[in-house]
Design a protein around this ligand. Structure first.
Ligand code: ADP
Ligand code: MG
Length: 254
């Protein structure tokens, strides 16, 4: 399943936020969507998810135009793990994940739906918390549950908005490892990620947004000092950790 963005433009109340974004994303990629606060990452994810409609441009999934797909068809193709979670479900982990099956359920659950949920619970090691309330979980557990719910949708493309925000380093790694593993199972993942040093360890490709424009895209080779400094308007030092670039912000005052 390939995803093509063609000249995507989006405005909130006539304030332009995305400016002619063109990008192709191949199946099996784990794309880190990076860029400063307010650069349009969440907006782009919402356009790909169909929550927002681009003012201009086209989004194509395997040649089919996204705008021509109905919500149920779209939900079978694209899963979404949003960032903001003002209200948490009152339900158990199991029931929350089961909700991911909604696009497939007419009025009655069948055995296969439950089996898919059980499979995902095992795969993500959520057995011990399956009957807990989502509200009683830690941030890291909760994030895995929402990823599990999106996986229960059996989408081809998984979109995540800052999946590691507010997680401690151990859970950041756990979630990124999980996503990395999932891409090996033929998912295509696009995740907005704040931490460039985390993204570089796990992502296969990168899309850099700056002020709503595509600043650069490609593999690890685009994560170089010059690009990072210009992308974030910040001074950084670059070193190497485990064969990957590692960026350390530096203050001009020191
Ligand atoms: P990012 O996720 O990269 O931080 P966003 O996509 O959230 O960026 O925001 C891009 C720009 O759009 C920002 O200037 C932000 O203030 C603006 N924006 C985001 N959401 C809305 C909204 N619902 N209404 C108006 N402006 C918005
Ligand atoms: Mg955002």
């Amino acid at each position: 399943m390939s995803l093509a963005l063609e000249n995507i433009t989006f405005s909130y109340n006539s304030v332009p936020v995305l400016n002619t974004i063109t990008q192709e994303i191949k199946k099996g990629e784990f794309i880190g969507l990076v860029g400063p606060n307010g650069s349009g990452k969440s907006t782009l994810i919402k356009c790909i998810n169909g929550i927002l409609k681009p003012g201009e441009g086209k989004i194509k999934i395997d040649q089919a135009e996204l705008s021509a797909l109905n919500r149920i068809t779209l939900a079978k193709k694209i899963g979404y793990v949003p960032q903001e979670r003002a209200t948490l479900p009152q339900s158990t982990v199991f029931d929350t994940i089961l909700l991911g099956r909604k696009p497939y359920i007419k009025w009655k659950l069948n055995k296969a739906d439950k089996q898919i949920v059980i499979k995902i619970i095992k795969q993500l090691n959520l057995e011990s918390i399956a009957m807990k309330s989502v509200r009683a979980l830690s941030g890291g557990e909760r994030q895995k549950v929402f990823i599990a719910r999106a996986l229960a949708q059996e989408p081809d493309i998984l979109l995540l908005d800052e999946p590691t925000a507010n997680l401690d380093i151990n859970h950041q790694i756990e979630v990124m490892q999980l996503l990395h593993k999932i891409t090996k199972q033929n998912y295509t993942i696009i995740a907005a990620i704040h931490d460039i040093n985390l993204a570089i360890q796990f992502c296969s490709g990168f899309i850099m947004l700056k002020s709503g424009k595509l600043f650069a895209s490609g593999g690890k080779e685009i994560l170089k000092k010059k690009n990072i400094e210009s992308l974030y308007n910040a001074k950084v030092n670059m070193t190497e950790v485990n064969g990957n670039a590692f960026f350390i912000p530096v203050s001009n005052d020191l």
